[in-house]
Design a binder for this molecule. Structure first.
Ligand SMILES: C[S@@+](CC[C@H](N)C(=O)[O-])C[C@H]1O[C@@H](n2cnc3c(N)ncnc32)[C@H](O)[C@@H]1O
Length: 285
């Protein structure tokens, strides 16, 4: 790389072209975020410091990350974190990377009418902990009981709980959420595995090669986990409590029917920020 490129914006421009050639969906944003990560500055500072000369060690560190991103390693595995609703969560290979769509599920839960303070949340499949831990920050009186089959996810969500200083109110265990004994709760929340198994091979390489398939695979039609969670959820919820879950954008009608058949009232399907059906809720009447 020649010295002409050793200023932030020129480096970003060239990298964005490289990423676009590699089929990366947001080439410029990824180029900026990686450089901001290497320089340990905010992304917007790249523009304020546009004529900052870069030293060779910075350029080399950036090039190493750019090479990996070009091989479709997820951006979040390279930076080690992601931001969801203003909170930073540590991310590691082997644990599902939180998606922006999940902000809709968190905001939906925060807006539900419980009729009293939320004391107990149960979460199926916390992964990095993004949903339950964000809600603990919102509700200082609440406790979280979360179950994930992936031991690595449990350790990572415990670490994220410490980062957000809500570890004293969270119990996160390794197990099959569909089998363990649950506390009575006000809210049962989950972003479950909901990708139809035959569709996994057609997902972007960042997803199919780096997210654990345990986090994706919802069985032949994607609805296996959702069908199976309805009865344990109903049993754990107090009267007036809510189930809230994320689903695929073409699964809204099916999920509404599953919740209705499972005895939930006030079933609703809500859109994500791009207007696609994404979140289902239902109340135990
Ligand atoms: C789509 S990921 C969601 C992770 C996180 N809640 C989020 O929104 O980023 C689904 C999670 O469910 C977990 N999981 C899958 N089957 C499970 C089961 N039977 N019991 C508990 N957790 C399970 C996976 O390990 C994974 O962490």
């Amino acid at each position: 790389m020649n010295t002409r490129l050793h200023n932030p914006l020129e480096l970003v421009r060239v990298t964005a072209e490289f990423f676009a050639d590699k089929g990366i969906a947001s080439p410029r944003l990824d180029a900026e975020l990686l450089l901001a990560h290497v320089l340990e500055i905010d992304r917007l500072q790249l523009y304020l410091q546009h004529d900052r000369p870069l030293v060779p060690s910075e350029v080399n560190a950036y090039r190493a990350l750019v090479r990996q991103r070009g091989q479709r390693v997820p951006l979040q595995h390279l930076t080690g974190e992601t931001t969801i609703l203003d909170h930073s969560f540590k991310v590691q290979p082997g644990v599902f990377i939180p998606r922006q769509e999940t902000e809709t599920l968190i905001e939906t839960c925060a807006g539900l009418e419980f009729g009293a303070e939320v004391r107990q949340i149960v979460e199926f499949g916390p992964g990095t902990g993004v949903i339950g831990l964000s809600l603990l920050v919102r509700w200082p009186q609440a406790r979280l009981f979360a179950v994930d089959l992936n031991e690595h996810a449990v350790r990572l969500s415990e670490e994220n709980a410490r980062r957000l200083e809500v570890d004293g109110r969270s119990e996160i265990i390794v197990g099959d959420a569909l089998q363990v004994e649950l506390p009575t709760c006000d809210l049962l929340v989950s972003n479950p595995p909901y990708v139809p198994a035959p569709a996994i091979g057609g997902l972007e390489p960042e997803v199919r090669e780096h997210d654990p398939h345990l986090a994706l695979d919802g069985g032949p039609d994607g609805l296996h986990f959702i069908r199976a969670m309805v009865d344990p959820a109903m049993a754990a919820l107090r009267t007036g409590g809510w189930i809230a879950l994320e689903h695929g954008d073409d699964q809204g009608d099916d999920v509404a029917a599953i919740l209705g058949a499972g005895g939930f009232a006030d079933v609703a399907i809500l859109p994500d920020l791009s207007g696609r059906p994404r979140v289902a809720v239902g109340r135990k009447a």
